[in-house]
Design a protein around this ligand. Structure first.
Ligand SMILES: Cc1cc2nc3c(=O)[nH]c(=O)nc-3n(C[C@H](O)[C@H](O)[C@H](O)COP(=O)(O)OP(=O)(O)OC[C@H]3O[C@@H](n4cnc5c(N)ncnc54)[C@H](O)[C@@H]3O)c2cc1C
Length: 456
């Protein structure tokens, strides 16, 4: 990047908030995928006005800007696709307000999601969205990706909690959307448009989220099945009996084997599936619901049920689920984590299709994920230095998307399109839908400054 422009950036944010060395820039060239792209310069703005000045400079010099939170994304959303500025929002990390009367919190985008959880829970309040990356990922990244998580089935995803946003537009103006009320139908719903916009329509600089009272009790069951169809049937029966678990997670045989190899928790290697189910609410409600769940599991031929009611017992059951991401990459170094989502009733069919695809292309394909909302995570574990294997991976990914769409599902339940899914977008949106999206982008970002090369 031209030295003059670098100096202008330094004048805006201060020299301590700019990185230009090669080694430092490399650290901002990746996310949770295997894709890479090195920015020319890494910039950490400290407030909204600094973001405005950077975006204005970028427009006048026609330099792309790539907003970034913690870089945990699984679709390549924050990865620079051209030379330009990595705009890292992690220094704007204040919780500005937690309001117990209006049940809301106002935060800066760099706040780590798990930190917000801790702070609101001290006041017996609850912010449900819980991406598994919550100890690292930022609220800005969660809004930009409309993140989900294990609790989404009962409580909904990030978009269900966003009341209002402050956003710097791609041309450098400050806009406020929504507000502090649960009801708000004034004008187009720009809050929803920006939630899930993957850093392409604005830089989020402040977020107002809705809170709810914290459920007092939790009960957790870990259930082992010899047959995957029995596990999938259990999921549908539990829900049709009127029980909506806060968590309903599934692990298949390959995932169980990887977790057991890594953790030595004593998981049965000959089991076909494990379901982790958690209910929350009052003491009476959770007791009744966990009893119903146990009866349904027994009727559907489960091999074993372990129920936890204390914090320690619960942590033990969750250990297996939390170990999944690190365990599966022991097979090979490159993880291609998909989040194709199908209607819940199609889970057994989708898993069958995934197994056929894995066999056809001779790939490691553990499946785990959020069974309650059909958001499975088929993960292909490969080695990106093996060209021939990566060609098979590409074909397999394309067939996974085809299968999800044929079963009435979607390409992405929570990770977004980024660069990973953009070749397939038209399959789901159609030509007209895709053109509509592009028209919005062109209208608000005429110079194509903000996160170019993402989504389409
Ligand atoms: C182990 C692991 C588990 C995960 N589990 C889940 C899960 O359960 N559910 C889930 O939904 N996701 C999950 N993810 C994916 C990822 O954590 C989420 O997408 C998360 O929301 C990304 O947040 P981030 O701060 O890391 O954002 P980044 O990865 O830095 O960026 C993600 C996108 O947001 C944009 N962005 C970031 N900040 C801003 C801002 N302030 N303004 C505008 N755009 C911005 C970026 O340009 C990019 O497009 C997981 C990832 C990992 C590695």
């Amino acid at each position: 990047m031209d030295k003059k422009i670098i100096n202008q950036v330094i004048n805006i944010v201060g020299p301590e908030n700019v990185l230009t060395d090669n080694e430092e820039r490399i650290c901002y060239s990746y996310d949770g995928t295997f894709k890479r792209g090195i920015p020319d310069i890494v910039v950490f703005p400290g407030n909204t006005q600094e973001v405005v000045s950077i975006i204005k400079l970028a427009n006048s010099e026609k330099i792309p800007v790539f907003p970034r939170g913690a870089g945990t994304g699984l679709s390549g959303g924050s990865i620079p696709q051209a030379n330009g500025i990595a705009l890292v929002m992690t220094k704007m990390n204040k919780i500005k307000e937690i309001n117990e009367n209006d049940l809301l919190a106002v935060v800066e985008p760099g706040v780590i999601t798990g930190h917000l959880h801790q702070e609101v829970e001290k006041l017996n309040l609850f912010y449900p969205p819980d991406p598994a990356s919550l100890k690292t990922c930022t609220m800005g990244g969660n809004i930009a990706e409309n993140a989900g998580g294990p609790r989404a089935f009962k409580y909904g995803v990030t978009r269900d909690y966003v009341l209002g946003l402050e956003v710097v537009t791609p041309t450098g103006k400050v806009m406020r959307t929504g507000g502090r009320t649960v009801k708000n139908v004034t004008g187009y719903d720009l809050t929803r448009l920006l939630t899930g916009s993957e850093g392409t329509l604005g830089v989020i600089t402040e977020i107002t989220v809705r809170l709810i009272p914290k459920p007092k009790y939790k009960k957790t069951a870990l259930v082992i099945f010899d047959n995957l169809d029995d596990a999938a049937k259990t999921v549908t029966v539990v829900i049709s009996e009127g029980v909506i678990p806060a968590t309903l997670e599934l692990m298949d045989r390959i995932t169980i084997a990887c977790v057991e190899k890594n953790t030595k928790l004593g998981l049965p290697l000959d089991a076909e599936a494990i379901l982790l189910m958690e209910v929350d609410g009052s003491d009476a409600q959770t007791t009744e619901e966990i009893n119903i769940i146990q009866n349904i599991c027994k009727k559907n031929n489960c091999r074993r049920i372990e129920v936890a009611s204390t914090f320690e017992e619960r942590e033990k059951l969750w250990k297996a689920r939390r170990a999944v991401s690190s365990a599966i990459v022991q097979l090979k170094p490159t993880k291609i984590s998909e989040d194709a989502t199908v209607p819940r009733s199609k889970i057994p069919e989708m898993i069958r299709r995934l197994r056929e695809i894995a066999t056809k292309y001779n790939l490691n394909l553990p499946v785990f994920g959020h069974a309650g909302d059909g958001n499975l995570h088929p993960n292909i574990i490969a080695d990106k230095s093996d060209k021939e294997e990566m060609e098979r991976v590409e074909k397999a990914v394309s067939e996974i998307f085809e299968a999800a769409l044929e079963l009435g599902g979607t390409l992405s339940g929570e990770h977004g399109v980024g660069i990973m899914k953009k070749p397939y977008l038209e399959w789901e949106l159609g030509e007209v839908g895709l053109e509509y999206l592009k028209t919005i982008k062109k209208a608000v970002d005429p110079n194509n400054i903000l996160n170019p090369g993402k989504i389409f």
